[in-house]
Design a binder for this molecule. Structure first.
Ligand code: ADP
Ligand code: ASP
Ligand code: MG
Length: 460
């Protein structure tokens, strides 16, 4: 029986008609049955700015953004010479965009709920266009298969945490069985939206920025796919972000654990949650470039042959360091519990942590500062000190916490950069530390030179 392949194409792979046709060719060649697409590049940002402008500026500002979004999609529609039926679908989505923006403007209120529906339009528009591109490619190759547009909200059930909704795995599995059970027959190529979902009550949600990778993984789990493919603008996962370090090397194979750490600690190539569904169902994940589909790309698997000491490195910018101190912590118990309870009550997740006898330092996303109540609640039990403009630098690999001399090599490489906090020991796959934002790319470049370009991996 043929493999069931779920593919995802990111924003740049949807950039214009040429990109869409190229991506559709990749899908055809790979034999994908279910394709989740992102909004065309830049559109989600434009929709966010539409919501914000409609809320706080004159209507003319909103109109300008609406025109920009429409023109971009009309151009692709024209270049692809889409059918009348698809044209109508696109126009209906334009009307919806206009109405929501009007509603937001009249009420002067862009709630998270309204923002989610507004943002969902990006993927809903691009999928209409991509279904056309797919259909044309299938016809060109005289395939017996047909392309079908599918509203992912029929299956991607989520909770109601608008802006970062949580997928409900068992509901999704049942809905996939019901609505997409036909995929294995191999007669259809289904094109659907990444990033978006729906609550039980029928409200549209989104999974958080960059969430299309996660959507594709959830769908792969839901339909019990054999392979998940993530097609983007780079030829797989590299030893670091090639934009920071042009000498970054492609990684041909990486374990689920290493790739999860890499994604969690800032490698944008995969949304941090992407691998969770793949790990649950042990679905191998391929990451490749839709612009160069013949390039080797990266396989992410449970077990891999080669397990180097340092595989890759990543940056996570916009971090704050919150230090909580109180003499009451001396020889006392329960303090950490109280702190974590406050973070839990505010649904704020901590990235890295260190403690001493009377203080605890945690790193958080800088958006946390908007949560004034959290800081006030922490101040009730300890002195709170906040440091901003920090970046978490992470080295990802294997056996990191059992390798003598590793710390020396790392800190020799960046000896003139102040390290504000270090996290080592909890994971054998990760060594991370905090530095000032301005010095972070320099730190990565030097560590890359030391560990990847000069090949210090033989320490392992
Ligand atoms: P898409 O729109 O296809 O989801 P993204 O922009 O979200 O694409 O992710 C791809 C980008 O991730 C690349 O262009 C690259 O700059 C960045 N990136 C960060 N870390 C890495 C890494 N280790 N390997 C490859 N790409 C990385
Ligand atoms: N379009 C969404 C975003 O820009 C989701 C994605 O591209 O993965 O965040
Ligand atoms: Mg992405």
């Amino acid at each position: 029986m043929a493999q069931l392949i779920v593919s995802k194409f990111g924003g740049t792979s949807m950039g214009d008609a040429e990109c869409m046709l190229r991506s559709a060719e990749v899908s055809f060649r790979q034999g994908s049955s279910l394709i989740a697409v992102s909004a065309t590049s830049g559109t989600t940002n434009d929709l966010i700015s539409l919501g914000k402008n409609a809320e706080s500026q004159g209507w003319e500002e909103a109109e300008k953004i609406i025109s920009k979004i429409q023109e971009k999609h009309i151009k692709i529609a024209k270049d692809l010479k889409i059918s009348e039926a698809s044209q109508k679908k696109l126009e209906t989505l334009f009307e919806e965009m206009n109405s929501i923006a009007k509603g937001v403007h009249l009420l002067r209120d862009c709630s998270v709920k309204a923002m989610d529906t507004l943002m969902s339009l990006g993927e809903r528009m691009s999928s209409v266009l991509f279904a056309e591109a797919m259909s044309q490619v299938l016809k060109k190759h005289v395939s017996t298969k047909t392309a079908e547009l599918f509203d992912v909200r029929q299956v991607l059930r989520t909770d109601d945490s608008f802006g970062k909704a949580k997928p409900l795995t068992s509901e999704i599995a049942a809905l996939c069985q019901k609505h997409l059970g036909f995929l294995r027959q191999g007669e259809k190529v289904v094109v659907t939206q990444g990033y978006i979902g729906m609550t039980e009550e029928g409200m549209t949600t989104t999974l958080g920025r960059g969430g299309s990778d996660y959507s594709a993984a959830i769908l792969a789990e839901g339909v019990s796919a054999d392979v998940l493919e993530i097609w983007t603008d780079v030829a797989g996962i590299a030893t670091t972000d090639p934009r920071i370090c042009p000498k970054a090397k492609p990684i041909s194979e990486i374990s689920f654990k290493e790739a999860s750490e890499l994604a969690t600690f800032g490698a944008k190539v995969l949304h941090p949650a992407t691998l969770l569904p793949a790990i649950r169902k042990n679905i191998p994940v391929f990451v490749g470039s839709s612009f160069d589909s013949q390039a080797r790309g990266t396989w992410v698997r449970k077990d891999v042959k080669d397990l180097p000491l340092i595989r890759a490195m990543a940056l996570r910018k916009k971090q704050i360091l919150v230090t909580l101190s109180t003499p009451e912590m001396l020889h006392a118990h329960g303090f950490l519990f109280q702190i974590f309870k406050i973070f839990n009550d505010h649904k704020v997740s901590i990235d890295a942590i260190t403690t001493s006898e009377i203080s605890v330092s945690v790193t958080l996303d800088d958006s946390t500062l908007l949560n004034k109540k959290l800081i006030a609640d922490l101040a009730q039990i300890a002195d709170v000190q906040v440091e901003e403009n920090l970046t978490l630098v992470s080295l990802i690999g294997n056996n990191i916490n059992h390798t003598p001399g590793l710390g020396k090599i790392i800190f020799d490489a960046i000896s003139d950069i102040n390290v504000r906090m270090i996290c080592l020991g909890a994971s054998k796959h990760n060594f991370c530390f905090l530095v000032n934002e301005e010095q972070s790319t320099d730190a990565i470049r030097r560590l890359h030179e030391t560990f990847i370009e000069a090949g210090t991996e033989e320490m392992a």
